[in-house]
Design a protein around this ligand. Sequence first.
Ligand code: NAD
Length: 264
Amino acid sequence: MNSSKRPGGDARAPTDGRFLVGRRVLVTGAASGIGRACAVAFADAGARVYVVDLAAEAAEEVAQEIGGTAYAVDLSDPEAVDSLPDDADVVVNNAGLQYVAPIQEFPAERFTLMQRVMVEAPFRILRRTLPHMYRQGWGRVVNISSVHGLRASAYKAAYVTAKHALEGLSKVVALEGAGRGVTSNCVNPGYVRTPLVESQISDQAVAHGIAPADVVEQIMLARSAIKRLIEPEEVARTALWLCTPHSSYITGAAIPVDGGWTAH
Ligand code: NAD
């Protein structure tokens, strides 16, 4: 039987590596780290990429490099989020930020900002793009969550709360989109070698009262069975794989890319 005739199948052949030709992919936080790696990987697969980020200049550079379009948008601003294109076939909700402090010292406005960027913005982007995906009977939602979408760590109240909420949102999209050709999944990395992690090293050194040099080994990799940071490209390849025909039965899932962190 031809794969295009199978229920839920996709006529695009993944074997040529350019299975996303003709597709539009919106990636948030695409100017740096994992988002940038996703933008590059999806463009390599043939997609036209909407490079969404607060950092206007860096977003423009990525867009130029991959032949995409940059959107300089602050995702904590609901109106700006609602001005983004609504015709994406794939949405990669990736933008995120971290803040490390005990709850009693955690600034309330920082907590709110993080929920806006990491929970409300994905919700607003999806409520605008899902109708397009439903109309054409195909769509993919990839939420870049974290091991902190599945487990908690001390001093990360806003981040752990936001990532757990994103997991919930992803599952609801999976249920609502199942009969309409739309899958929704989370990718759950451990510590990835990106600017977000570099900036945490000094914060965590203060919070835990240890030297910055010891943070990577003693804190970040303590729970990881594989003792190295993950590269952004490894996360991007997982996000891309979730958009191949081979993964069309995978929905509502959380896929750890964590070197065994959540095996504990
Ligand atoms: P990064 O700091 O390298 O990139 C994040 C990008 O998001 C930046 O370009 C930044 O400008 C953008 N951004 C932040 N706030 C924004 C806003 N208000 N509006 C628009 N854009 C905004 O971070 P990263 O490490 O690549 O993280 C990307 C995602 O991966 C995040 O959701 C993060 O939680 C998740 N993650 C990262 C790691 C890690 O170890 N780096 C691990 C697990 C999950």
